[in-house]
Design a protein around this ligand. Structure first.
Ligand SMILES: Nc1ncnc2c1ncn2[C@@H]1O[C@H](COP(=O)(O)OP(=O)(O)OP(=O)(O)O)[C@@H](O)[C@H]1O
Length: 143
């Protein structure tokens, strides 16, 4: 339950495989997606970030999205300490859900993500588009 405009409203819990979130818990948004704070259904103490990419208007970019998710899986398999892991990814008619390790730095993510994105694009050439979050650094040591 939560209070919206003075009224008690039951928030819909959205299930993404083993994970869940409510639209109330927004972490941030990018050009292609909304990102919500979620949790593991069997272990609510395990927080995750769930990126919901809308397919509306990205028909032409959907091939890139598929490739990007493949890259994210490969990066996750490296288990590198400087990379945010992708836990799961699910497709629905309207959306693609990407479940990621939640970055520990909370509100500082947007600042760093912009910096990292530019750096990533510079280094890798063609990494633009949804999914950049998974290449984010996991701590604040250098910021
Ligand atoms: N794994 C994460 N943990 C915590 N917060 C995150 C995570 N991923 C994304 N966020 C938050 O959600 C916001 C939107 O992320 P998203 O990846 O959709 O877009 P972006 O990389 O900021 O921009 P663009 O859409 O232009 O690539 C981020 O700016 C950040 O605040």
């Amino acid at each position: 339950m939560s209070v919206v405009k003075g009224k008690l409203v039951k928030m819909e819990v959205i299930h993404v495989g083993e994970y869940e979130f409510t639209k109330q818990d927004i972490i941030g948004h990018g050009a292609f997606a909304m990102v919500y704070k979620g949790r593991k259904r069997k272990n609510a103490s395990q927080s995750v970030a769930i990126k919901v990419v809308t397919k509306k208007g990205i028909q032409k970019a959907s091939e890139i999205l598929v490739k990007e998710i493949k890259i994210l899986r490969e990066l996750t398999a490296l288990h590198h300490t400087n990379l945010v892991a992708m836990h799961d990814c699910m497709d629905s008619p309207g959306y693609v859900y990407v479940v990621m390790e939640a970055s520990v730095c909370g509100s500082r993510v947007p600042i760093r993500s912009k910096v990292m994105r530019r750096r990533d694009r510079h280094a890798a050439g063609a990494c633009a588009g949804p999914g950049n979050a998974a290449r984010r650094r996991r701590d604040d040591r250098h910021h």
